[in-house]
Design a protein. Structure first.
Lengths: 565, 233
């Protein structure tokens, strides 16, 4: 069996091995973040300032703005009001502009006295309002812009929303605005798409190749991130109304809680450690509370999430969970980056997700290495056992005995040759098959014992009882037989060995007894080649689902092998 | 000739005995031991000439037991399945190594070599000496000469120290390479260590070896020894 030695890079924790990937990762991330940051915060955007408002709803006056009882309040929020935004900076009147209004509710907007657009139907009465879309842009044509000072009047109502959400106005040259929107859309599509595909790939991997829950968790993390990106940007596509905004927020928080739960289980492997699943729910609830309290400055809730992620990872690291250091590295890179960039949630979690992917890849690599090692070890032990039986002592002695029997007892000699032939065939089977039926193994143990009996003049016997239909790795029972006989060879004693096989729904139990060991005999269970072979074979065939105990019991030596389903 | 056969598997033990009896009719007294302990008991009770030892030489235990036997004053022939360890066994001073399975011919070869010793270059590279229950392998390249003292021999080395060996000059001769010759009833020297031959009065010779020691050369052996030296030159 050829096993190729695969050399995995970055397995050893040398500074070089860590340094290079961290540098590349950081460079890529900063590139990505700076692009998105530039897109989101363009200096070309002009923000008209809210100068005054009046809560009395009335029709937009074409003239007589002075008759209105204005209140000076730069940061007012109301369920209904007439807002006056002033723009003092010069704008290029030859170009078209996009006036971007963000607000839950309905409004009508005029620019310098000209009605330029509306969103839903504002009304003083709750029943009369027709909700509008959360984001809306209105075009200011070159002809409508003149002069140095501009006023945008917004007649606004939002009865559906339990929390008053203020208005934000942004002004930008139309061409640039369009280009930027396309760029943001492209970026969103790319990141969303990446997470969707990664999520699908991880899910398929979990089902088909790696039934490790970590893949499922990471798939869920990626999928939730995809949904978060979608939610963050469908605000522009779908007509979310005022009520819808609140629903989005709740939906958002639900996603965060799923995200936290997945992250929590991924990092801490909580299911195995039987840690409480309520923890991430607690995180999500706190996040929701913070979002409600600090909804205008979402950076605090976001930082909160990041800190929780860091604490979870730190706990995992302290518990010596492998490969967590990459996740911590990812979070640290993000935290350093967040001091320079203003980021949306999905961007921050994408950093974490990438580091989770690295961590998962390392885990898989480690498992592969372990498996390969165990295969190699198994192959080697297999060969050693074959060598043990083919080479020197056993084979040569048997042949010498045959020479002796040729003249003294030819019939016995022929019988011995036959049995030796069977033994060779058995060894051939070891090489080729992963498991053989118990019946066959016991047959050949009997053959082996018969050969030893002819050679040594002993009367060893193996009595088997129980169901022999189960399939087990070859060579195990033979090793037990050999261990017993070689430890206690005495030609005047009839060694009795029994093997009982118990098969039930839980699995298989093999009880091998060497009867009546001498009290003064040092029947120590040597962890020699024999027992290592048995354990390696069991681990290869039933990883983690077996048990091996060998101990004296009531004057006998009992070895119990249990295989669980 | 007293021969001990140490072999735990009866058919093989019987086979070896059969061959020996056929090869040395009425010349040999054979003791069969079925375990190492039984063999040691026999050796302690009889003055054995030859031991035929079946040993599992796969581990280190086998070699330890072998060395115990090699420290004694008889020839040891190893009969083993582990051919690959033959060279190592020769280095410690076994007389012969017979691989299993063997034919009568092979046994005959070994016995003939034992009975009509023609000095050949053996593969011995160390002599097993036992002192204070401790076994030590004295490297042959350090050995200058061997002196017989009663039932024992003293093996003198180039650094001036000596080791006690239980093998007699006669037994040692059979396993030492050609470079070693017997020059006296009680002396065995390394030819290449001799620097001078001094003639004394009365027709006595002395051999001076590299560390300055003077070894007597017996008159009986003088002729053949000098011839050996001349041949060597």
């Amino acid at each position: 069996m050829k096993i190729h030695q695969v050399h995995y890079p970055f397995t050893k924790f040398t500074l070089m091995n860590r340094f290079i990937p961290i540098v590349i990762l950081s460079a890529l991330l900063w590139l990505f973040l700076s692009i998105s940051d530039t897109l989101l915060n363009d200096t070309e955007i002009i923000y008209p300032t809210q100068v005054r408002f009046n809560t009395l709803m009335s029709l937009i006056p074409q003239n007589n703005l002075d008759s209105i009882n204005w209140t000076d309040h730069t940061d007012a929020e109301a369920y209904q009001a007439l807002y006056d935004f002033e723009l003092l900076s010069a704008i290029d009147t030859s170009k078209a502009y996009a006036l971007f209004i963000e607000g839950a509710g309905a409004y009508q907007v005029t620019w310098d006295g000209n009605r330029i657009g509306k969103n839903g139907f504002p009304s003083a009465l709750a029943g009369g309002e027709v909700g509008g879309v959360y984001y809306r842009y209105h075009i200011l044509y070159p002809g409508s812009l003149h002069g140095r000072s501009h006023h945008a009047l917004v007649n606004y109502s939002q009865h559906d929303n339990k929390l008053p959400v203020g208005l934000t106005l942004k002004l930008e040259q139309l061409e640039q605005w369009q280009d930027r929107q396309l760029a943001i859309a492209a970026l969103t599509n790319i990141t969303g798409g990446v997470f969707l595909i990664t999520s699908l790939y991880l899910l398929i991997s979990y089902i088909l190749s790696f039934p490790d829950k970590k893949y499922l968790h990471l798939s869920l993390i990626c999928f939730v991130l995809f949904l978060l990106i979608l939610v963050d940007h469908t605000k522009t596509i779908f007509p979310w109304t005022g009520v819808g905004i609140l629903n989005i927020r709740i939906f958002f928080c639900a996603l965060i809680s799923i995200l936290s739960w997945s992250f929590y289980h991924f990092v801490l492997n909580a299911a195995k450690a039987k840690l409480p699943s309520l923890m991430p729910m607690a995180i999500a609830c706190s996040f929701l509370t913070l979002m409600i309290i600090f909804w205008k400055t979402p950076s605090l809730p976001l930082s909160f999430i990041m800190i929780i992620a860091l604490i979870i990872s730190a706990i995992a690291y302290a518990r010596k969970t492998p490969d967590v250091d990459w996740i911590i590295t990812g979070i640290v890179i993000f935290l350093i980056g967040s001091m320079y960039f203003s980021l949306a949630l999905y961007l921050s979690f994408s950093v974490i997700t990438i580091s989770c992917l690295i961590s998962l890849a390392l885990t898989t690599q480690r498992q592969n290495t372990k498996y390969e090692q165990s295969m190699r070890r198994s192959a080697r032990l297999e060969l050693e056992t074959i060598k043990k039986n083919i080479q020197p002592h056993f084979l040569m002695n048997t042949l010498t005995t045959i020479i002796s029997l040729i003249e003294s007892d030819p019939k016995k000699g022929i019988a011995l040759i036959e049995k030796l032939g069977d033994e060779f065939y058995y060894l051939f089977e070891i090489i080729n098959r992963k498991t053989i039926p118990l019946k066959r193994e016991i047959e050949l143990c009997q053959n082996h014992i018969a050969i030893l009996n002819i050679r040594s003049g002993t009367k060893c016997k193996l009595v088997a009882s129980g169901s022999q239909s189960y399939e087990i790795p070859p060579g195990i029972i033979l090793t037990l037989v050999e261990n017993s006989i070689s430890h206690n060879i005495q030609s005047d004693k009839a060694h009795q060995m029994t093997i009982s096989l118990l098969e039930n729904s839980g699995g298989l139990k093999i009880e091998f007894t060497y009867i009546d060991i001498l009290p003064d005999h040092q029947f120590k269970s040597r962890e020699g080649l024999g027992n290592s072979y048995i354990k390696a074979r069991l681990e290869e065939c039933y990883p983690g689902n077996w048990n091996f105990i060998s101990q004296p019991l009531r004057g006998n030596w009992v070895t119990t092998i249990s295989i669980f389903n | 000739m007293k021969i001990v056969i140490c072999e735990d598997e009866p058919p093989i033990s019987v086979l070896i005995e059969k061959y020996i009896v056929e090869l040395l009719p009425s010349k040999a007294t054979i003791f069969k031991a079925h375990s190492v302990d039984a063999a040691i008991a026999t050796i302690n009770n009889e003055s054995v000439d030859l031991l035929l030892l079946d040993l599992n030489l796969s581990g280190e235990d086998g070699f330890h037991i072998l060395k115990e036997f090699l420290a004694r004053d008889f020839q040891t022939i190893v009969i083993s399945a582990h051919r690959e360890r033959a060279l190592e066994a020769f280095e410690y001073g076994v007389f012969d190594f017979i691989a299993k399975p063997f034919s009568k011919n092979r046994i005959s070869q070994a016995i003939n070599r034992l009975l009509s010793p023609k000095r050949e270059n053996t593969g011995t590279s160390s002599i097993i000496c036992s002192s204070h229950k401790e076994l030590r392998a004295v490297p042959l390249r350090d050995v200058l000469y061997v002196q017989a003292i009663g039932h024992y021999t003293k093996i003198f080395m180039s650094n001036g120290h000596f080791e006690i060996c239980r093998k007699s000059i006669k037994t040692l001769l059979l396993i030492l390479p050609n470079d070693f010759v017997q020059v006296h009833k009680s002396y065995l020297i390394r030819k290449s260590a001799v620097t001078k031959i001094i003639t004394r009065s009365g027709g006595y010779y002395s051999l001076i070896i590299s560390n300055g020691t003077s070894i007597p050369l017996s008159r009986k052996l003088a002729g053949s020894v000098v011839k050996e030296f001349k041949r060597g030159q």
